[in-house]
Ligand binder design. Structure first.
Ligand code: ACM
Ligand code: ZN
Length: 491
């Protein structure tokens, strides 16, 4: 049996680092704000006494998070009575500075309203990074000046895999069962992006845009076939219709293809004020480069050994390109293969060398020991498109099994030696959307598992344990359902 403490009754998620509960309540709505430079970034002290509420922080994010905690503590008055807050003394600060949620708008498109709802919920759980997956084989979602064909051809497909089928599993991808339903055009304009960036900033969330390269670019190649090694493969002029890994990738021997990506990233750097730009790098087969005269000429001209060296070459190019624009590059772990500048941040997702596009495994631990900053998103803890182990779950998943308890057991610093832990920026829940069609199954797959990830990333080693978390979640889930969030059951 789980003993229900007062703190469980407060049901704060993520649980603050230090909480002392006192008798009484406060019904005065005014809050006194103070600054204390000794409080860590994003941290706060919150004092609720019968005579009033005081918030102390060193920055605006800490002040904001005190408000998030207060909102969870509020006991609504109703019928002309004031809201009440239980008396507490809280000292709180995050364990990790990267507390992310990834959002795939490419396989399926969710749009601004769902993004805003997701940002609202992220803020309520003190997440601070939205990793926005904007370009893929199956869709290009960003209107780029000077490249009108991108959204004309890249943002619409004539069909998708039929609901309920699973082209990832066994069946040959090119024999996938397609639904024949036109999907799109779906994309974001300049004004849409500015609106979302501002909405996120008000909630202390930085948007991290992802522009995939050199693989996962089929939708862009549909628009500009000349940027592929084999332009004839793009004659249908539409994105890839099935899920999985695409062999047609950016031709790295073509200067115009490199210039295209430079133009895209230059625009992205201007449009997104955040400090980090994600440049993909995962699952890039090299088979086209092997037989492409332009790619082979590049290998020769740059003194590279063979096609395996082309991805590190292009990664180095864009890490420096972003650096010159005041941004840090982030990429999936494959992009750290080869001699990559230490300023490049890795996003570790693979846990075994099987799968992917056959790239040798780069472990997040090894990369951190080499001096790269790392965001940990291992599939078996952080992939919210994996099944959550519920009986009679009505929704389809890509596969796998990541239960709520498994999410809660995530430790971004697992196996990382003490001296390399400073390189572990944090972690993130990843919402890939091949098998996620709309806002209802998106929410179901995210919540409550993202609550567990939020607590892991906020508390680190200080998390109190799954039983304590689950007891608080009984109440917290009702809070989410009360906001009409399609939150899955706890088990
Ligand atoms: C990934 O899941 N392909 C990064
Ligand atoms: Zn080529």
């Amino acid at each position: 049996m789980v003993m229900l403490s007062m703190l469980t009754a407060l049901a704060l998620v993520p649980r603050p680092e230090k909480v002392v509960e006192n008798a009484g309540t406060c019904v005065k709505p005014e809050i006194r704000y103070e600054t204390d430079a000794s409080i860590p970034a994003e941290g706060y002290r919150l004092s609720v006494k019968p005579e009033g509420i005081t918030v102390v922080s060193s920055d605006a994010a800490g002040k904001y998070y005190a408000g998030v905690t207060l909102a969870q503590m509020k006991v609504p008055g109703g019928k002309g009575k004031p809201d009440a807050y239980p008396c507490v003394e809280i000292e709180d600060a995050p364990a990790y500075k990267w507390r992310g949620i990834h959002f795939d708008d490419c396989r399926h498109f969710f749009g601004k309203e769902t993004l805003k709802q997701t940002l609202d919920l992220m803020a309520q759980h003190k997440f601070n990074r939205l990793h926005w997956h904007l370009t893929e084989d199956q869709g290009w979602r960003l209107d780029i000046p000077g490249y009108p064909e991108l959204v004309k051809y890249g943002a619409v497909r004539s069909a998708s895999p039929r609901h309920g089928t699973h082209p990832h599993r066994g069946a040959k991808e090119d024999a996938a069962d397609l639904n024949g339903i036109k999907y799109g055009p779906f994309y974001y304009t300049d004004a849409d992006i500015r609106e979302i960036v501002a909405y996120a900033a008000e909630r202390h969330i930085t948007i991290v845009p992802e522009i995939e390269l050199p693989g996962h670019v089929f939708a862009a190649l549909a628009a500009y076939p000349e940027f592929a090694c084999v332009p004839e493969n793009m004659k249908a002029r539409e994105p890839r219709l099935v899920w999985g890994i695409e062999k047609d990738v950016l031709c790295l021997g073509n200067d115009k293809a490199i210039k295209f990506m430079e133009d895209v990233l230059d625009y992205v750097c201007k449009l997104f004020p955040g400090d980090v730009v994600h440049i993909g790098g995962d699952e890039c087969p090299q088979v086209r480069w092997k037989s492409c005269p332009k790619c082979q000429a590049r290998i020769k001209a740059e003194g590279l050994k063979d096609e395996h060296d082309l991805q590190p070459w292009v990664t180095r190019h864009f890490v420096k390109f972003l650096e010159a624009r005041g941004k840090r590059a982030l990429g999936w772990d494959e992009y750290l293969l080869g001699d990559i500048p230490k300023s490049a941040i890795g996003m570790n997702w693979r846990e075994s060398s099987r799968g992917g596009a056959g790239h040798q495994l780069v472990s997040g631990v090894a990369a951190a020991m080499r001096g790269h900053d790392i965001v940990m998103t291992p599939t078996s803890y952080c992939y919210l498109d994996y099944a959550q182990g519920l009986p009679d779950d009505p929704f389809q998943y890509i596969g796998g099994r990541v239960t709520l308890e498994r999410c809660y057991s995530f430790d971004p610093c697992k196996d990382v030696p003490e001296e390399a832990r400073k390189h572990i920026l944090g972690g993130q829940g990843n919402n890939w959307s091949e098998y996620t069609w709309n806002e209802f199954d998106l929410a179901w797959k995210m919540w409550p598992r993202a609550c567990a990830l939020a607590e892991v990333l906020w508390l680190g080693d200080k998390k109190p344990g799954f039983a304590d978390f689950k007891a608080r979640m009984q109440t917290h889930r009702k809070r989410l359902v009360g906001q009409k969030v399609n939150c899955a059951p706890l088990e």
